[in-house]
Design a protein around this ligand. Structure first.
Ligand SMILES: [Mg+2]
Ligand SMILES: [Zn+2]
Length: 199
């Protein structure tokens, strides 16, 4: 089984420009390149999970989104990174589809298509809907706090494993977290010691 870093697109992987599909305006967020290189070295695949209601609104077409995907793929390739999947929901909230985040449909589909072990994977996003989608799919989740979340309502599904302020922090966190041997995670005292030593 593979493991993956599932990444929200707008506001997480690339700066959020509302409904932008112009490839010339797309660039990677600061620190993404180095962080993803580190994570890919640890065996993670890179998969984008994105809500694109602009399609249902008629602001742009699936052809435009394919161009966006190609541009992001090219930007990652320049860094020696491969985009393994690009999954998006084209619907509106009112459509009540299974793929729009906070529902986990896109992540589950990606996991089936790419044989990804969800428990060993992470969802990274800048709002709580990303976190909820990741948690409901059975991944671990990290909120990249770019100031984009405005409703800080935590419940069981909307609880990130941690909150980071940069991609550098995200890569470091996942690295530390996956270095802990499985046995230690099962021993409360040892885990507590380890967790305390992180800060
Ligand atoms: Mg976002
Ligand atoms: Zn959908």
């Amino acid at each position: 089984m593979q493991k993956a870093i599932f990444i929200d697109k707008d506001g997480t992987l690339i700066p959020n420009i509302a409904y932008n599909v112009n490839p010339d305006k797309i660039h990677l967020m600061a620190g993404v390149q180095a962080a993803l290189r580190q994570l890919v070295k640890q065996g993670y695949k890179i998969v984008i999970i994105s809500n694109q209601p602009g399609i249902a609104h008629g602001y742009f077409t699936t052809t435009d989104i394919t161009r966006v995907e190609q541009k992001i793929g090219a930007l990652l390739r320049e860094e020696g990174l491969m985009l393994s999947g690009f999954y998006y929901c084209p619907h509106l909230p009112a459509d009540q589809c299974q793929c729009r985040k906070p529902r986990p449909g896109l992540i589950k589909k990606a996991a089936r298509d790419l044989q990804i072990d969800l428990q060993g994977s992470w969802m990274i996003g800048d709002i709580m809907d990303d976190i909820e989608a990741g948690n409901r799919a059975g991944c671990q989740s990290i909120l990249l706090d770019n100031g984009n979340e405005t409703i800080w309502k935590f419940d069981r599904n909307r609880q990130p494993e941690t909150i980071c302020n940069s991609w550098e922090e995200i890569a470091a966190y996942i690295q530390r977290r996956t270095e802990i041997p499985e046995e230690l995670l099962k021993l409360p005292t040892a885990t507590h010691r380890l967790v305390s030593s992180w800060s």
